[in-house]
Design a protein around this ligand. Structure first.
Ligand SMILES: Cc1cc2nc3c(=O)[nH]c(=O)nc-3n(C[C@H](O)[C@H](O)[C@H](O)COP(=O)(O)O)c2cc1C
Length: 165
């Protein structure tokens, strides 16, 4: 298959955009992710595709949980910042306040809504692992704004693997 064509078409898939929170002990991280979707209604399962080389991959594997944080569509700068390993300070990641959820995963105080998931299955698919988590806690901080999606930005993710990745 032609890589350029594969990129062109896969980049057209409308995707969500969220911050994934993860933790192992005292080590926390937040990561921009577009491969996020619900996978079952009973139980309510959420799937996230995570690069096997990402810090988040190690933290979800060790910690056994993750959070999905939805963000207002008019504040997408946050996703640029969290596409590199996050700087962890006292109670914040990249300066954004977080608190520990019931599973230990960090939850962003500024998210408009969030889900906390306990990993039930993880499937290594190649470059990425599909972590499937059951929702164990959830909250809404602000019911008004629309949640950000990939199409609110000019960013792209997916397609074929590039050199050096
Ligand atoms: C718009 C956008 C969407 C992304 N979506 C994903 C994704 O779904 N899964 C993933 O593993 N990395 C995704 N990334 C890349 C990660 O945010 C980036 O590689 C991050 O540095 C890796 O996370 P780490 O801090 O856990 O190492 C995306 C990046 C951008 C800019």
């Amino acid at each position: 298959m032609d890589s350029e064509l594969l990129n062109k078409v896969t980049w057209k898939i409308p995707n969500a955009l969220a911050l994934i929170g993860s933790a192992s002990g005292e080590e926390w991280n937040g990561m921009t992710a577009s491969w996020v979707t619900q996978l079952s209604m009973e139980p309510v399962l959420i799937g996230v595709g995570v690069d096997n080389k990402a810090i988040t991959h190690r933290l979800i594997s060790d910690g056994g949980s993750f959070s999905v944080n939805l963000w207002p569509s008019d504040d997408t700068r946050v996703f640029v910042k969290f596409s590199k390993p996050a700087e962890q300070e006292n109670g914040s990641l990249n300066g954004r306040p977080v608190h520990r959820g019931m599973t230990g995963a960090p939850i962003f105080d500024e998210s408009l809504a969030w889900l906390e998931c306990e990993v039930r299955q993880s499937i290594d698919l190649g470059t990425h692992t599909l972590f499937i988590g059951e929702v164990v806690d959830a909250g809404v901080n602000d019911d008004e704004p629309r949640a950000a999606a990939m199409s609110d930005t000019r960013m792209k993710y997916g397609g074929v693997k590039r050199g050096g990745h």
